[in-house]
Structures are given as C-alpha cells and as structure tokens.
Design a protein around this ligand. Sequence first.
Ligand code: HEM
Length: 373
Amino acid sequence: AAPYPFYGEHQAGIVTPAQDRLHFVAFDVTTGERAELVELLQEWTAAAARLTQGREAGSFGAVGGAPEAAPDDTGEALGLPASGLTLTVGFGTSLFDGRFGLSGKRPAAMSDLPKFPGEQLIPEISGGDLCVQACAHDPQVAVHAIRNLARIGFGKVSVRWSQLGFGRTSSTSRAQATPRNLMGFKDGTNNLKLEDADLLREQLWAGAGDGSPWMTGGSYLVTRKIRMTIETWDRTSLAEQEQIFGRDKGVGAPLGRKAEFDPLDFAAKGPDGEPYIRADAHVRLAHPTSHGNAHLLRRGYNFVDGSDGLGRLDAGLFFIAYQRDPRRQFVPVQMSLARKDPLNEYIKHVSSGLFACPPGVRDAGDYWGRTLF
Ligand code: HEM
C-alpha cells in the first residue's frame, strides 16, 4: 500500500483509517528556551515527513554516516515499508503555562478537564507538554518512529510516559470492518467516520471562528488509559454484558434489532414491556442525542501491559478521542458515563491527557506548530 501523505490541511492519523498498532508518547519539554522548542519542532517535522514515507529519520540514515558519529537513524526499521505510519503531534495544556510565552494562546476549548467521579489518575502517566501518536500496521515501525523522535529531542525533551496498543478498537472509515475491544464487543460501530464530511467539519475540526485562529484545521485530543478488570468481566453473564452496552455481542446489533448498523431505537420495548436498550446502557448514555448532538471520533487501542503481579492481566482500552471542543463533547459524555454507566464496575480510568493537535503541515517549508509560534 502507498504511504499516507504527510502534508495536508489536517494532520494525518485522525481520520486516517485506524491502523492496527499504536505507540503513543507524551514528552516533557526540558529546555526553557522557546527558540530551542521551535527548532525541535522543525527537526521533528522533517524527520516525520521522511519516516511516514518509509524513509530513515535523517539523510545519512542508519549506516550512511561517518563511522565516528552516532547514526541519524536507529536502524530497526531498515528494509521495512512505511506500513501505513502516521505521526500526529499535540500540545498539552502545560505547554501554555508561561515558560514559552504561550499563555495567551491557550485555547478556551482546552480548559482543564474536571475531576470525574471514580477516576484514579496516576500523575506520572498523565498529561505532558507534547504528545506524538504513532500509528502503523507494524509495531516495529511505530516504535522506531517514536524512538527516533525521542533521540532527536535529546536535551530538549524527555519522555514522560508512553503507551503501546494493538488491535485498533475503532473503525474510522466505512471501508473498515468494526474491530473488537478486550471485552469482546465490536467497538466503533457508531463512530465519526472519514466519509461523514459534514459532521467532520461541524464536530471534528477547529474552525477559524472558534477563538483560537492558530488551531484552524486542528483538533483536540483526549486520551484516557482505562484499565479493565477482565477477570470479573469474564465471569459476568452474556445477557448482562449485552445489557451493559445495549448491543449484542455477536454481530453488534442494537438489542432488539438484527444487524450491526440498524439504527438505535431507544423507545422500542421488548415482550416484557421494558426498553430493549436500558436507560443506563453505554450506547444510550454516550449517544449524541443525550448530549445536544455531541459526537466524538474514537480511535482507541487495546493494551495488555503484561500482568500485575496479582495474577491479573494489566489490560484495557487506551481511549483516544478527537473533537472540536472537549467542553461540549468529551466532558459531558464522560461525566454522564462516570456517574451512571454500569460498565464502571469493570473499568478504572488511570491516566488522562488533553492535547491541542494543530493543523496539518502544508509543505516542506512549514512545520508542526508554526501557526502557534
Ligand atoms: C460506543 C465500549 C469507553 C464513548 C461503544 C460501544 C462499545 C463501547 C462496545 C458500541 C459500539 C459503537 O458504537 O462503537 C467501550 C468500552 C469502554 C468505553 C469497553 C471503556 C473501557 C468510552 C468512553 C467514552 C465512550 C470513555 C467517552 C467519554 C462512546 C460513544 C459511543 C460508544 C460516543 C457511540 C454511542 C452511539 O452513538 O451509539 N463503546 N467504551 N466510550 N462509546 Fe464507548
């Protein structure tokens, strides 16, 4: 398959049909110099333009440079194709704290997320000044890209946390079959998709009139690492599992209907006179009609970080959602899920991130974040 174009109005990796693998990293900026930060973003952009096309991170590559110098590519992706690699950069709320003269540029849409009931966030794996989302069909390619960006950033940024993911849990194009999350359910059936042009304009991309002109064509990213207590879930009856989501486990159809893409009908009642889809079903609580038509573009990944030493898998969903304004989209949806979703018995949010992903890089003279600086 041809590599995804790096240059464009929007960054790749958002509406790009979700690839199979993820390496997501958040960095803290360690330099206090604005000029060094800008220089780093320029170097990263040049490297990303090469890496996403299946080339090495620097022009000498892994073995073409002087023998006495460290190579400008780490080498583990030599011989591998681009593998659908996309690299998407985001600026965390802490980047706007005044160190770089950016406090006046913090978008209103990026107000701090409220504290949600039940969350148990671990600060060391939350937040970050910068993030890069690497998605590819080959984990070696995604990891290689992040590793080289970290190498290039040595002395200016340090890795704060990073997360590997596999088995995309969302489809973001109608050309893709809907994959399954680790609870065994199809995930991404009712998602914003590449083909929904009007909705994307209205719900995904920041507009020129939204208050932060530098973000025009960009999008806001919320990440949540959601640990699942898989073992408890696995002892829950099938009927209960299906009622929690409001969809059947086999084909993913709304309860009471036959096919995956049949519309959700919250009024429909079963033979017992109760609605097929319970009042607190996940798909009902999260549905746009419950939140003034707020949509999210979900693009999460499964993770299993080994086991936890207590005989349990350290597994769950690394939730990723893009949107035009988290205050109107992620926040109300998550607030209602945190309060009412029976799924909470089986999940725990342990990390959180909020990032402004700027518009796309236009051409070789442009760089990630030019409109901000
Ligand atoms: C729908 C699973 C967390 C927002 C769904 C569906 C499943 C699912 C199986 C139905 C299929 C589909 O339409 O995609 C999960 C699991 C979660 C989780 C296992 C946690 C481990 C969240 C969170 C949010 C969210 C944190 C947002 C705050 C949505 C939305 C829909 C949805 C907006 C579509 C509802 C509709 O319009 O029909 N989720 N989800 N989910 N979920 Fe989640």
